[in-house]
Write a protein that binds this ligand. Structure first.
Ligand SMILES: Nc1nc2c(ncn2[C@@H]2O[C@H](COP(=O)(O)OP(=O)(O)O)[C@@H](O)[C@H]2O)c(=O)[nH]1
Ligand SMILES: [Mg+2]
Length: 260
């Protein structure tokens, strides 16, 4: 990459919270051929873990993850919290519907021009899910002082299990339309959750599904065994913004647990 950027100027910019510098820095860091990127990666690796709380949002496609991230972000903005969002979508190699869709959705939530929100969509060349690209991006947002960082990943598969390694809190979003929890169990998705969200509270079977999951929230999967944390189950309607305050409190509670 031919570049006029220099690493120390970008670092200064990141620490000032300058969006332009943050955006440029991410581009460099994700470019294995950029020497500026290499310097930035070295710097990022030498930094102590900051004050950010990283929240991974995973779950099957279409359950409302992006909408929920936008809704939670708006709620946090009302509490004057700054929010970084990293969306990864393997189905959108640099252009295409989903990529644009998330932007449009953010705009719908009046976040697109909000300087307190930084949004970056990654077109993954890795096999789906949150990989190193998301990790580097999160590290930059952390260096820029964003206290809340959401990382959304698409789909359910092996790669989602990696989410756990990269974030502090894993939110597994499910929707009542998926019908039954057996499917979720098969996918191994219950195992990685710190928090469950049953989205689409407006659906007729939402309550029942919420109840079903709550009954099993003593379920001892890997995440649960490691931490002794009992996953809680929240019911939300992302498009209308219901259940968000409770969910944010739930995340904050888990954060306290993590920091213990
Ligand atoms: N009825 C209903 N639809 C929702 C809700 N949340 C999201 N949606 C819709 O579900 C569709 C998929 O949402 P999206 O956030 O893209 O799902 P993702 O693939 O999990 O990120 C969109 O048309 C949303 O408007 C909800 O609470 N209720
Ligand atoms: Mg999405």
């Amino acid at each position: 990459m031919v570049s006029v950027d220099n690493a120390s100027q970008l670092i200064e910019g990141i620490e000032r919270g300058d969006d332009l510098a943050i955006g440029r820095a991410i581009t460099h860091v994700l470019d294995s051929e950029s020497s500026v990127g290499e310097e930035l990666r070295t710097w990022l690796e030498s930094r102590p873990r900051g004050q950010s709380h990283r929240i991974g949002i995973t779950g099957p496609p279409g359950v409302g993850k992006s909408t929920l991230v936008a809704a939670l972000s708006r709620e946090l903005r009302e509490q004057e919290e700054r929010v970084g969002i990293v969306a990864s979508d393997p189905s959108s190699p640099f252009s295409g519907g989903a990529f644009l869709g998330d932007r449009v959705r953010l705009a719908g939530f009046k976040l697109a021009d909000d300087p307190g929100v930084f949004f970056r969509s990654l077109a993954h060349r890795e096999a789906g899910g949150i990989g190193n690209e998301s990790l580097w991006t999160a590290k930059i947002l952390e260096a820029a002082g964003y206290p809340w960082i959401f990382l959304e990943t698409v789909g359910v598969g092996q790669s989602e299990l990696a989410v756990r390694e990269l974030v502090d809190t894993v939110l597994v979003v499910v929707s009542p339309e998926q019908g039954d929890e057996v499917q979720l169990l098969k996918a191994g998705i219950l195992e990685i959750a710190h928090i469950f969200v049953v989205n689409r509270a407006d659906n007729a079977s939402a309550e029942r599904f919420h109840q079903q999951l709550s009954d099993r929230s003593h379920f001892q999967g890997r995440a649960q065994q490691e931490s002794g944390w009992e996953p809680k189950v929240y019911l939300t309607e992302a498009i209308r913004g219901s259940g968000l305050k409770e969910l944010i409190e739930g995340i904050a509670e888990h954060r306290k647990e993590v920091l213990k």
